[in-house]
Write a protein that binds this ligand. Structure first.
Ligand code: HEM
Length: 321
């Protein structure tokens, strides 16, 4: 099935993702109604020649099925971008999200030890305190840019605190995560290809250097944070190498910042656009739990994931709106 056969729907076109939600929902309804997963040409990117194209798995059952069979649908060539990750990116971005078993299981086993119930309980208290302080500040300062002052600031503070990153490094972390996740956005990346690659690698290097410094300090004097726990995590003699630690750290700060920022911003926008829902939530604050689930579903901060089919070497790109 070609794009032309579906009224020009092209999931690889940046413009498609800028369409209003009802238009995108209608396009996905059409894609889901196709007898076979639709096939698309790969988008142009600054980092790689376009590959052979990909099938988009747009039905829930197909996405579940592909996720259950990593031996066929591999994450190893990059789980979050359609083109293969350039090999020079591996040093900083070759983390568990871009791995299959047994490497994935090994890393999960080691890092999950770091997330002890005691540390999680402490983080929970820290999150509540940070959120309350931000709301207090907001009441004192009045109207502001919600994205910069709340949606970006809260996750950044939480993740940096969890890791044990000092607050004078928050802005550096934010700036570098923005570069890494900018795609080809000229607001963050040069339009010159070589320059853009250097910028992304430089951002990875800056975060890796931050981790290496922190890890050395914490190995000497552990504190109650994730870097200390990761440096000392040791399962049956297994430990993370410095490179694994750095790329896991980069994954956590990058994945944690962008997703939650977009969910929070999109969630507020959805409540403003649906005042009846906003009124219901305010009148019954106990609804916040299901509201959070619904906000994550509605805003879908991570829409596509990519898997590479191990037999046919064709990318499959699932979209779950
Ligand atoms: C609304 C918030 C979030 C959403 C929607 C989200 C979504 C996702 C999705 C869809 C994946 C799987 C990608 C794939 O299978 O290819 C993933 C993986 C991951 N996310 Fe998130 N995420 C969120 C928040 C966070 C936060 C706050 C952190 C860390 C502080 C985080 C860390 C990770 C990590 C480490 C993985 C890789 C797990 C693995 O490979 O086993 N995410 N996330």
């Amino acid at each position: 099935m070609t794009v032309a056969g579906m009224d020009g729907i092209d999931l690889s076109a940046t413009e498609f993702w800028g369409l209003p939600l009802p238009d995108r929902a209608a396009a996905f309804a059409l894609l889901r109604a196709q007898p076979q997963p639709p096939f698309f040409a790969e988008p142009e990117t600054p980092f790689a020649e376009p590959g052979p194209g990909y099938y988009a798995l747009v039905r829930y059952a197909d996405v579940v099925e592909a996720s259950k069979h990593p031996e066929v649908f591999s994450s190893a060539k990059g789980a979050t971008s359609i083109p293969d990750l350039p090999v020079e990116f591996n040093e900083y971005f070759g983390s568990m999200i871009n791995m299959d078993n047994p490497r994935h299981t090994r890393l999960r086993r080691i890092v999950s030890r770091a997330f002890s119930p005691r540390l999680i309980a402490k983080f929970q208290d820290d999150v509540q305190r940070a959120a309350a302080e931000m709301v207090d500040d907001l009441l004192a300062t009045g109207p502001c840019d919600f994205v910069a002052n709340i949606a970006a600031k809260l996750p950044l503070k939480i993740i940096c605190d969890m890791m044990g990153i000092p607050d004078d490094q928050y802005q550096m972390v934010l700036a570098n995560t923005n570069i890494i996740l900018s795609g080809a956005d000229p607001e963050f990346l040069s339009e010159d290809l070589d320059q853009a690659v250097l910028q992304v690698l430089g951002a990875g290097q800056a975060l890796a250097d931050l981790l290496t410094g922190l890890a050395a300090t914490r190995a000497e004097a552990p504190a109650e944070d994730l870097v200390s726990a990761l440096v000392t995590a040791n399962i049956d003699g297994e430990q993370l190498t410095t490179a694994e630690l750095a790329s896991f750290f980069i994954l956590l700060v990058v994945a944690g910042n962008e997703t939650t920022r977009n969910a929070t911003s999109g969630g507020l926008l959805a409540l403003i656009e649906n005042p009846e829902q906003f009124r219901r939530l305010k009148s019954d604050p106990a609804m916040i739990k299901s509201a959070v689930e619904e906000i994550v579903r509605w805003t879908s901060p991570v829409i596509p994931s990519t898997r590479t089919h191990s037999i046919r070497q064709v990318r499959s790109h699932s979209s779950t709106t």
